[in-house]
Design a protein around this ligand. Structure first.
Ligand code: ZN
Length: 218
């Protein structure tokens, strides 16, 4: 039973690898942004509060995030979990530690997907998506058959968030608020660094061997 946190810059591949861990090892995956959207869809009072913040383009306040997480984490306390998108800063990390410690179930490990900023730029700025079938390409790593068309014939577009300025802003937020967590978890002896600059298959192999050894330490 593993309780994991995934940490890394935007574009490090946490989402893909989190889904892989969840599927291969049968560990429930909790993605913070999905949990909030789920709460909104449920129509609960808490969901209404979340929606009013989201609609105004505001961050959902921590006390609301904590209430959502408290319930979700309690549900998976016996099965373990892979948490993605939380914590994003030291204060949230301390809250998570306190909550899990109060349940007698501290984090097993934090997987840090380490990738440099230029690689992030190549991955995110190179991304093109087919408007017809939804397939995603990368100009640098996985180019479409030609510059304008998907193999299905559909037109390609770039997501608004995948432009230089917006990516830099997200990288800045990580560097300023989230990167202190690397030292925080490292000092607690639970940080495991994954070389996330490798290709998808290479990262998957490393992740797989790390999680396997966490499950059955030799
Ligand atoms: Zn297509």
């Amino acid at each position: 039973m593993l309780r994991l946190v995934l940490l890394g810059r935007p574009g490090a591949g946490k989402g893909t690898q989190g889904a892989f861990i969840s599927e291969k090892f049968g560990i429930p995956r909790l993605v913070m942004s999905d949990l909030l959207k789920e709460e909104v869809r449920s129509g609960s009072l808490l969901g209404e509060e979340i929606r009013s913040h989201m609609e105004r383009g505001l961050l959902v306040p921590d006390d609301i995030v904590y209430r959502v997480l408290e319930r979700k984490l309690s549900e998976v306390m016996d099965t373990g979990f892979v948490l993605d998108g939380f914590p994003r800063n030291l204060e949230q990390a301390r809250w998570l530690d306190n909550f899990l410690r109060s349940k007698g179930r501290p984090l097993s490990a934090v997987l840090f997907f380490d990738v440099d900023e230029l690689t992030v730029l190549r991955r995110m700025m190179g991304r093109l998506i087919c408007e017809r079938c939804g397939r995603s390409y990368n100009v640098f790593y996985d180019p479409p058959p030609d510059a304008r068309r998907c193999e299905c014939g559909g037109s390609l577009y770039q997501r608004e968030d995948d432009c230089y300025d917006k990516i830099l802003r997200r990288l800045d937020v990580f560097n300023e608020e989230t990167s202190p967590l690397i030292d925080y978890y490292s000092e607690r002896g639970i940080l495991i660094r994954i070389d996330a600059s490798k290709d998808l298959e290479g990262v998957r192999r490393e992740v797989s061997s790390v999680v396997s050894s966490l499950l059955s330490p030799s």
